[in-house]
Design a protein. Structure first.
Ligand SMILES: NC(=O)c1ccc[n+]([C@@H]2O[C@H](COP(=O)([O-])OP(=O)(O)OC[C@H]3O[C@@H](n4cnc5c(N)ncnc54)[C@H](OP(=O)(O)O)[C@@H]3O)[C@@H](O)[C@H]2O)c1
Length: 292
C-alpha cells in the first residue's frame, strides 16, 4: 500500500511522513522541490501530478494563510487549493489504477464565526474568506467520488506542535511575559495536537467506513482566555497583556479573524469512530509541547 502525500514538506506533512515511515508504510512525497529520498515527485501549477502507484492520497499542499492578506496573497491562498485540488482530481480521472482514498485537508474556517454555538460535521458553512476557501477546496476534493474514490474532508483545527508556527511564536512571547488575551478572550478556539492529527489521518487510511467531513479537533474546545491562562501557568509566567480587537484589526486586517473568530468545534465523527485522543485536553497537549 503506497501513500502519496502532497505538501509533504510542511508542518503537518513532515509529521505525517515521519509517522507513516515509522509504521513502515510506503510513501511518495509530492513537492514543488522534490528530493530523492523518500521517493518524491513534482507538484506544480503547470502540470498534472504523476500519481501512478499511489493507493491512497493525503492532500495537504496550499499557500500558507499566515502573512498579510493582500489581494495577491488571498488569490494564492484560494488558487493553490482550488486549482491544486482540481489538478489532483484530473490526475485521478486519467489514471488507469485509481487510488482508493483521498484525505483532503480543509479547515474549521469552513464554519465561519459562530460565537458560542457547538459545531459538528453537520453544521452549515459560515461567512468570510476562510469559509469561502474551505468550501471551494472541499467542493473540488469531493469530485474524486465520481471515480470511486473514498473522500475524507479533514476540517483541521489549530494544530499545536513544537515545530508549528503558532507555538514557535507564542512560547517565546509568553516566556518574555508578553502573553495575553486577544480581544474579549471569550472567543472559542478548537485545537488539535499534531500527533493526534497525524494518527487521525492514518486512521482514515485504515478505516474504510470513514468518509465525508471529519472535524480534526480535540474534544474540549477552549476560550482564548483559557488558552492564555493555561499556557501562562504551564510556563510559570504572568499574562498581563490584552490585545484589543480593534488594534489587531488595524494591524493585521482580515487576517485578524484567525485570532478573533469564535469556533467551538466538536470531533463528533472521530468520537463515533472510536478515535482515542492521546491529547484530549489543551493542558495535556501544551505539556507535551513544552516539556516533551
Ligand atoms: N497548521 C494548521 O494549524 C492548519 C489548520 C487548518 C488547516 N491546515 C491546512 O493543512 C494543510 C497543511 O498545513 P501545514 O501547516 O502543514 O502547512 P505548511 O507548513 O504551510 O505546508 C504546506 C505545504 O504546501 C506547499 N505549498 C506552499 N505554498 C504553496 C503554493 N502556493 N502552491 C502549492 N503548494 C504550496 C509547500 O510544500 P512544497 O514547497 O514542498 O511544495 C508547503 O510545505 C494546509 O492546506 C493548511 O491550510 C493547517
Amino acid at each position: 500500500m503506497i501513500l502519496g502525500i502532497t505538501g509533504a514538506s510542511g508542518f503537518i506533512g513532515q509529521a505525517l511522513t515521519a509517522e507513516a515511515l515509522r509504521e513502515q508504510r510506503n510513501v511518495i512525497l509530492f513537492s514543488r522541490h522534490p528530493k530523492t529520498t523518500p521517493e518524491s515527485r513534482s507538484w506544480s501549477d503547470q502540470s498534472l501530478p504523476n500519481i501512478d502507484g499511489c493507493d491512497q492520497l493525503v492532500h495537504l499542499a496550499g499557500e500558507s494563510i499566515l502573512g498579510l492578506w493582500t489581494k495577491k496573497k488571498r488569490e494564492r491562498i484560494l488558487m493553490s487549493r482550488r486549482e491544486g485540488t482540481r489538478r489532483l482530481i484530473e490526475a485521478i480521472a486519467q489514471s488507469s489504477r485509481k487510488p482508493s482514498l483521498l484525505v483532503s485537508a480543509s479547515a474549521i474556517g469552513y464554519y465561519g464565526n459562530n460565537h458560542d454555538s457547538l459545531l459538528d460535521e453537520s453544521t452549515c458553512s459560515g461567512n468570510g474568506f476562510l469559509a469561502e476557501v474551505a468550501r471551494a477546496w472541499e467542493e473540488e476534493a469531493l469530485k474524486a467520488e465520481a471515480y470511486g474514490v473514498r473522500v475524507v474532508l479533514m476540517r483541521i483545527g489549530i494544530v499545536l506542535g513544537r515545530n508549528g508556527t503558532i507555538m514557535k511564536l507564542m512560547i517565546p512571547l509568553f516566556r518574555l511575559g508578553l502573553g495575553g488575551v486577544v480581544g474579549s478572550g471569550k472567543q472559542w478556539m478548537s485545537c488539535i495536537h499534531i500527533n493526534d492529527l497525524v494518527r487521525l489521518i492514518l486512521q482514515c487510511c485504515d478505516d474504510p467506513s470513514l468518509c465525508g467531513p471529519l472535524n480534526a479537533v480535540m474534544p474540549e474546545p477552549i476560550t482564548n482566555a483559557t488558552f492564555t491562562k493555561t499556557l501562562g501557568t504551564l510556563l510559570q509566567k504572568p499574562t498581563p497583556c490584552r490585545i484589543p480587537a480593534i488594534a489587531l484589526r488595524i494591524l493585521l486586517g482580515e487576517l485578524s479573524t484567525l485570532l478573533l473568530n469564535s469556533q467551538r468545534v466538536l470531533p463528533q465523527k472521530a468520537t463515533r469512530h472510536h478515535y482515542n485522543f492521546k491529547y484530549p485536553t489543551l493542558e495535556k497537549a501544551l505539556t507535551e509541547i513544552i516539556t516533551g
